[in-house]
Design a protein. Sequence first.
Length: 604
Amino acid sequence: MNKLWDYEDYVAHLIHPNPLVRHWAFKALEGRYSSKYSDEVSNLIDDKDEHLACAALRYLAMHEADQHAPAILESFKTRHGNISSSCASALGTMHYEPAVEVMLEKFSTAESAETFLGVVSYLGKIHREDCRKALLSAVIQLQDTFLLESAAANLLSHYNPEDVPLVLDRYFDLSDLDRHYDTFLKNISYILGGSEYFRNRTEFNQNNILEKPRDALNNLILKNSFIELDESLYENMIKSLSRGQYENFSTTVMFDARTIVLARYPENAPADWLGELFGQDAICLALLEDLSRRSSVWKRIKDFKQLGRNLVSLIISGYFAIKEREVYLKALSPDASTKDLILALKNTGSSLPIPIQKKIKQLAPISELKDALTKNLMTWGDIWTVRLMGRIGAKEFVPDLMNVLCNSDSMDYIYSDALRAMNALDESADEIIITAIENRELGDWESFPILEHLPYSEAYNLAIRRWEDESDDGMDSYEIFSDCLRGIGDPRGIEKLQDIYSNESDATYIGSSLECLSMIHKVDIPELPDIRKKRKEQEEKQKAREKELKELAYNYRKNKEIDGLENTGKVVPFKRSAPKVGRNEPCPCGSGKKYKKCCLNKND
């Protein structure tokens, strides 16, 4: 086949003066060569394009390019907003401790919320006492709920059980607890390793855990068949929830979790490779123990369905996360066998430990991974198997990934993961993939995002034929089509995009792809001034919209702060369920006396 671009070509274009071309080159390296590291990406750390600079920082952190940490730290000192935040997060992911002093100084002087959040993220990843104490002070003092949520979650990521009561106290201090979407508890569930369990019980209306506890628990168990519940425990959980005995439910779950953790770490001194799991288990247990002791909360929770549902969901997420981690114990051992690793993979939840991922990638057990996919493609094990297929990159995975694309919904995680995995396969798989698309073994909506990462003349020819196909199920998105031609990089795409740009009234996404191709191939096009004018107008509209949204968010947080100051205290605030009764009005009990002479004092 006639190849248009190779790895070295993309690397060379990372320093192109046009940001669209730099984006094109970086996207190819990130998508097509995701397992291969290019040191030249470090040149984008200080790129003028904010999105590209942030993407480069994530790339360097993902590839553990610690040699560039000093340069990232210098960039952090001089940049602002999202870029400084991304610098801090990248340094945290790299566990770069020489940045601690700078981060602690910026912690109290951050000029923007974005920078502060990046610093908080860094302090959460560096497990030193000075970092923990800084987060501790933030949780005590912060009034902005959005910032407090992040600080609290990152404090808990130090896995110190002593911090749990403070975090929960601050949560119960908030003025708006009875809300459907609870990001505070969602952030905590992520630290516990149970974010998906929490999300499944709070972001969807079906099978409300308080209204239909049996259906809700059965749904969780069905989706996570590797988690087994003792029958008597299961029935006690159902009974407690059905009767509204939430404190009893909390205590029942806590005692079983404690039994599991004590048996897992009998001497409270786990092996080195179990350090992360031990920390998560310890913080989970501490949270369950604390919630089981908050009788005043559980006694008053019945009338506040969203808060009750969210707290019960948090308990379930922590408990299920503890249960899930049982399967990781053998796989994390230095002498773990391939069988141990695959067993952990097939029975994983959403948080497959990174060391296990690395071991599987290194061993590259092709046949075992092919066999690991289930028929229904509904488990987290399926999702992680697809992701690892892409990281390993063997051409043998082509039929498996095609099967996933043909038998999953486009809105499912596994669908998008299969697309990324297909694009990341070794170049030896390219001809197989192009032949499959030519034979229509994949639909248009799968084919175009894959052809985008195949820099061949044959891929261009195939994209044009599929685009011009008049069939009812053909792909008709100008954005996807133009992205495809830009990714392939064939010079013939210039004329094709010019024709669409000139003759189609709704081809608003064509301009950037047309400009990018013209710059790559050094072709002067008359449309360029109009393209750049329209882009500038669009950017100005976007900036105005972002400013408006920031002002709305600021005013919202400010109002929340005022409400919080007016409602201080350690008691959980609840919304009034009945109108306020005046002192001189008739008592609602029906006695005929004035309220102040009857039930007012009783209520006090």
